[in-house]
Structure formats: C-alpha cells, structure tokens
Design a protein around this ligand. Sequence first.
Ligand code: DGJ
Length: 571
Amino acid sequence: MRKYTLPGLLLLFIMLPLQAQQGMARLQKQETATQLIVDNKPFLVLGGELGNSSASSIENIQRIFPKLQRMGLNTVLVPAYWDLLEPIEGTYDFTLIDKAIYQARENQLKVIFLWFGAWKNSMSCYAPLWFKENYKKYPRVHTQTGKPLEIASSFSENVYQADSRAFSQLMKRIAAIDKEEGTVVMVQIENEIGMLEDARDYSADANKRFNAPVPETLTDYLQKNKQTLHPQMLEKWKTQGYLTKGNWQEVFGADIYTDEIFMAWSYAQYVERMAQVARSIHNVPLYVNAAMNSRGRKPGQYPSAGPLAHLIDVWHCGAPGVDLLAPDLYDNGFTDWVAQYKLHNNPLFIPEIRLADNDGVRAFYVFGEHDAIGFCPFSIEDAPDDPQSPLIQSYAKLNELMPLLTRYQGKGVMNGLLFDEKNKERILHQDDLKITCRHYFTLPWDSRATNGSVWPEGGGILLKLNKNEYLIAGSGIVIEFEHRNEKKVILAQCLGEDGFTLNGENKDQQKAEKWSGLRTGIGSVDEVSINGDGSFRYIRRLNGDQDHQGRHVRISSGQFSILHVKLYEYN
Ligand code: DGJ
C-alpha cells in the first residue's frame, strides 16, 4: 500500500476539493465574451430542451437520449419536477434525476436541469399536491377582484421555505453524484416566472409591501447605472423625476408597468435566495428564463415581471447571484430579442426556441453575432433524426467549429449573418474591405428565388482569421469582397452562373468610371473540416462555377459547409 507523509496527506486534502471543482462547469470571461467552461474547455451548448412531460419516466429518458446523441446534440435540458421529487412532504425520490444523469453520460450528453418548482409558466402546477392543498400555509396570489390563482405567492416565507428545501435536495443530489464528472453544466431556477391575469399580486401581504418605500438597493442601483439602463426603464423612472425615495407608485408612477416592476423585484429577490442556496451546495452556473412580451401584450397578459428585457435592470439588481437571464423565443423579432439579451452584463443563452427548420441557421447567427453560450430548440425529441435535416447538419458543423469559435469569441472578429426574403443583405466594412453578404436566393439562377417559393432563412458566420483571410460557415449565403475604393462595374444580376451576361442586353450594366486604386480578388476557396485542435482538413477546392469564376463565395440553401477563403489585392 502506498504510504503518505503528513505534508503529502495535507496536500492531498487540499487538492481533492480543487480537483472536484475542476470537473464542474463554470463561467469565464474572454475579452467581451463570457464562456461556459466544461471539462476545462470553453464549450458551446448545442442543445435541445425536452418537452415538459418527456422526463417523467425512466423509460422515456432511456428512449429519447440515444436519439439526441444521434442528432449531434451535446447537451439536453431536462425538467426536474418538484411534484415527482417530493411526492410526500419531506420524502424525496431522485430516480428520474439519477436516470437523466447516467443516461446522459452513456450518450455523451451534458445536462442542464430545469427546476420546475414553485413556478412553471407563471403557474404553480408542478408544486406537489400536499403543497397545493395546504393553501392556508402556502398562499396564492390574488387578482384585483380578490380571485385566488394557482400561482404561489412570492411574498410568502412558507412558499420559499418549501420550494428552496426541495431545490436544495436536488442540488445536494447533483453534488453527490456529479461533482467529479461534471455532467450537469447549468441549472435553471424555476421556469418562466411571472404574474398573469393582473400585473401584480393584490393579496393583503402584497398590498402592504406595494405601499412601502422602494428599497434603497434598487434606487441606488438605478442611480449608479443610469447610463446603461434599458431605455424603457429609464423612461419610466424619468416620468416621476428620477425620485429615489417614496413608495412604488411615487417613484415609478401609478400604472400596470409599475405593478410589473414591483413584482419583478419580489420574484428577483426570491430567486436570489434560491441562487444562494444552490451556490452553497454545488456551484454550477445558474440562470432564469423569461417568456417574451411579444405581439403587443401588456403586463398581466404574458408572464409579467419575469426577467424580460425591459426589466433586466431590476433583475440584475435584485438577483445578482444569478449568472444569466435568458429569453425563450417563440415569436417574430428573433434578431431584436437576442440583441436585447446580449449585454455587457448578460451573456446570451437561448434555453428555448420554437422547433423549426430555420433553427439551424439561427444557431449560426447567435454564435457568430453575439458570442452565445448556447442554443436549444424546445421539444427537441420531436425533431427528425434524418442527417440531412438542417438542425443536424448545423450542429455537426458547429461542433467541428467549436475550438475555433471559442478561440475567437469576444475578440471582435466574428459576425453572424441571417437573411430572409425581407432582409436580404448586410454590408460589413473590415480593414480595406467592403464585404457584401446576401441571401443565396439573391442569385438569379436558383429558380426558388423567383417562382414564389418561401425563402428559407439563410445564415452563417464570417470569421476573420487574418487580413484577407476568412472562414465562412453556414447555409444559404453568398458573399462578395471588394476593395473599399473599388467602384462596382457590373451588377451581379447581369451574369449567368458561368459568368457570361445572360443575354445580349446590358441595361443593368453601369457605366464604367475611370479606374484607380487596388482591387480585391479571391485567391482560393477551400471547403474544409475542422480538427479538434482548430486546424483545417482540406476537403476540396471550390473554383470555377462554384465561386462564380472568382467573383463570390457561396453556400447553397439546404446545405451547411465551412469554407476557408484567401483574398488578394491587385491593380
Ligand atoms: C415555454 C415554456 O418554458 C415551456 O416549458 C413550454 O411550456 C413552452 N413554452 C411551450 O410549449
């Protein structure tokens, strides 16, 4: 048997917790990006969230996880149901939690648990029956008319104690079986918290607090961060003259938007306590998700007071122990929503997005444009596992790209591209280059561009490796490079795929101006795959018809590729 000296033993005791810590996921800054570090390497969550009831039996978990691995996911978001975890008060059943962790390991997946505790989409439907029935001990919110809702009150200490006790049992279980392996990489606290029907709770307890002074912590925060407040928050505070003392209506005005701010503070403070509990047991990154207030809905018409974009300041102040606030995206306005959640103090993570064919290119967009931590279509088990499906192609390429993308995150050298029939073009300027990026269907020779077909979204990542050297990846895009002084001579529309004018007419042709200065040309376009260390593996050279005889770089719609492009200058 190996013998240890006393100092050796001491060192061992110091090292053991450190090693455990190394196995655990954590967040780390790289320039302007925040990265999720998993197994000691920066990681992109190529994920999917299970449908709400899909992790409620071990058979389901066993059946679904291998499919997710076949699809190329690296992470699965799994509900942890309070009602099944603590069916009898004080008696805990971890069967489903254990199964999810072990089944994930067998299928090379990481897990993000979603605590379906006191609130799920506003409601308290996942609270165990013993909790629901004891409404005197665990009170509900009340509407203005006095109607009780099946929404536990965030003002009740009893609700918090019951919810956080069960949550702490979950965290202890994860710590017990996963501290070394680090299969569980994040935990979501509650799900789409928020008030419905009315913008705030009108129970006696809530009313009392509503008439009490706004906590100084919040008014101090607003003062200190005045320059960077969300415009809606700033405007709201301005209406009352930026008051720092007074009750909620005095400081913010008397309307439903103030009611929502008041509730947001209450939910954020509650969640902060939950976050502290989690941290003290098992310190993995924590986040809270929000349903969006799309379609012009007003407070009370959507889960109000969750970590919505316009309430992000209240949440940052009230729940500083939460690492990120995350949008669930089911409606129009994708690019606007994601931009509102990528902030200097909030990394972008998309825990839910509607399962759709355009998810593949949207994933590229958020990793390229916003240094996203992850992307996760909802009800992922319903997605096809056909290798040609856009999401599977997309995840396969993103998985290859991960060492490169994580190397360049936060360094200002990546752009995400996303196009549809309305937003066809984006022009970027870098070094001496004007880079025109467009939807693939802006090329005239794909019949779907003009025959009335709906344009599938096209998108990708443009990564500058060096001056005049780029990596272009994605699907359904075409990119032209010009020297910034170059005058466009011929519109691309005039030319067929072979580069000849389509017919004898040249009505689209612009008058050539007297030439001066450098031009930029395409030196080479190689389709490549990426090795684990970020180096390239040559697949084939794309020239001739495939780069329009040196005029552009393109990836057709429906196909995902990675292209290594070298440019040169001439005169
Ligand atoms: C968002 C919620 O967070 C999910 O749990 C689910 O209810 C979807 N909406 C819609 O099905």
